[in-house]
Design a protein around this ligand. Structure first.
Ligand code: PRP
Ligand code: MG
Length: 212
């Protein structure tokens, strides 16, 4: 019998809540995090622990069937990947932020400026929609440091509590999108695995209802 292959974030903000949700729907995995793949007991599911940014490609290729992932990552690089459930945790927003002293009125103020980000496609779309040309500097983490070291005039990154912005003397000036964890599905999912996914979706819906 085939198993449904579900990707979860290996480490990071979604990991703990993702594992808790799996546990709550009766998928218990007893290995430690050092293993990259684990089978559930008594249910046809395999869990893959992957890097957040790699998950969209695995879904596109059909190497995994489903994933618990932030909507923001799918919007950035998950074209063609469907979302079947919103999961109600890991809420955040993708924002533009600038140094506190910066006199910002609108996105048009960033014309010709340098923006550091891990979300180049998302920012590019937003800038294009507003007819703004800016130079994007792609960095994979600690984006908030960029203005302080003279690398950029503004940043675009995810904001949750706002504490990272605050600590780096930045202020949030524009919200591009809002995001939460979702259950995403590979466009290559086959019928047999789809049946397993439907059971999982049903269980997730019950658990989320119970949490309200
Ligand atoms: C994420 C994100 C922001 C921060 C937002 O970074 O890139 O920097 O969390 O959360 P906050 O508003 O609650 O402070 P993370 O700590 O995951 O590290 P990274 O940027 O180095 O990947
Ligand atoms: Mg960060």
């Amino acid at each position: 019998m085939s198993k449904l292959r579900i990707a979860v974030q290996k480490s990071g903000r979604l990991n703990e809540d993702s594992m808790r949700l799996l546990k709550d729907i009766g998928i218990s995995i007893d290995n430690g995090k050092d293993q990259l793949k684990a089978s559930a007991k008594g249910f046809p599911v395999e869990v893959f622990y992957l890097r957040n940014g790699d998950i969209p490609q695995y879904l596109k290729d059909g190497v995994v069937d489903a994933a618990i992932i932030g909507e923001n990552v799918l919007i950035e690089k998950g074209e063609g990947i469907g979302v079947v459930e919103k999961l109600g945790f890991s809420s955040c927003r993708v924002c533009i932020a600038v140094p506190k002293a910066y006199n910002y009125n609108s996105i048009k103020d960033l014309e010709g400026k340098r923006i550091a980000t891990s979300y180049p496609n998302t920012v590019k779309t937003y800038l294009d929609e507003n007819g703004v040309n800016a130079n994007l500097h792609i960095i994979n983490g600690s984006v908030e440091i960029a203005p302080n070291i003279g690398l950029a005039d503004a940043i675009c990154d995810i904001v949750s509590s706002g504490s990272t912005l605050f600590k780096n003397n930045l202020k949030e000036v524009d919200t591009i999108l809002k995001s939460e964890a979702v259950l995403a599905v590979s466009p290559k999912l086959n019928e047999e695995r789809k049946a397993i996914l439907e059971i999982i979706q049903f269980r997730i819906q019950s658990v989320l209802k119970g949490r309200q």
